[in-house]
Write a protein that binds this ligand. Structure first.
Ligand SMILES: [Zn+2]
Length: 211
């Protein structure tokens, strides 16, 4: 089995076991030389086998496989079309990040250094009907400048140079979303001083986000 197939099977199982992709949710893909390999539609990520994965060309047309590709194949195809440097895409409905998406709130903070240095913020892509081209209508505006984005009323997308890179970004943003939500239940974050926030944005090579 080649590395790309192995990565998809390993991380699909891990994400299922960690409660990041329940039942049939979520989809993972990797770019190959000739197209992409993607998880199939309507199969639980915890029980995938090599022969269930689907290969398509860069437009999402099936090259190899007996099952239907993920219903979000267009989202993956569009992500690869937007940026040449993307080697893998993961879409999921992880509970904490998806809570922000469903509440239509981007993930922003002036209190959590890791979040500011690593990501600056996680933007919210305007709503598009899941599993239709509408989901991609505004993707370019946001994915051009961010590796992780929220899809309004839907979930989260992370991209990376390979599948593990995309996965670790998704996992860390889910953890940050959890911390921020819990902090807000405790009365809200204790914001850092503006000069400290600016230092963190500079560490991450970002301009400070104006209020
Ligand atoms: Zn979804």
């Amino acid at each position: 089995m080649n590395q790309q197939y192995r990565d998809i099977l390993e991380l699909s199982k891990l994400m299922y076991e960690k409660g990041m992709v329940n039942a049939f949710e979520g989809n993972l893909s990797v770019k190959t030389g000739s197209g992409i390999v993607i998880t199939p539609s309507q199969i639980c990520k915890g029980f995938l086998k090599q022969e269930m994965l689907v290969e398509t060309d860069m437009k999402g047309r099936i090259i190899k496989g007996n099952l239907k590709p993920s219903s979000e194949i267009l989202l993956h195809v569009e992500a690869y079309a937007i940026r040449d440097d993307i080697g893998a895409v993961i879409h999921a409905h992880t509970p904490y990040a998806t809570a922000f998406a469903v509440a239509n709130k981007e993930i922003q903070t002036r209190a959590y250094p890791e979040m500011i240095v690593l990501y600056g913020g996680i933007p919210l892509v305007p709503y598009g009907t899941p599993s239709t081209p509408g989901i991609c209508a505004h993707l370019k505006d946001y994915l051009s400048g961010h590796d992780v984005v929220l899809l309004a009323n839907h979930g989260i997308v992370a991209v990376g140079k390979d599948l593990y890179d995309a996965y670790f970004k998704l996992e860390s943003v889910e953890s940050i979303a959890k911390v921020l939500l819990l902090a807000r239940l405790l009365g809200g974050e204790h914001d850092l001083q503006p000069d400290e926030v600016i230092k963190l944005y500079e560490m991450g090579n970002r301009k400070a986000k104006p209020d």
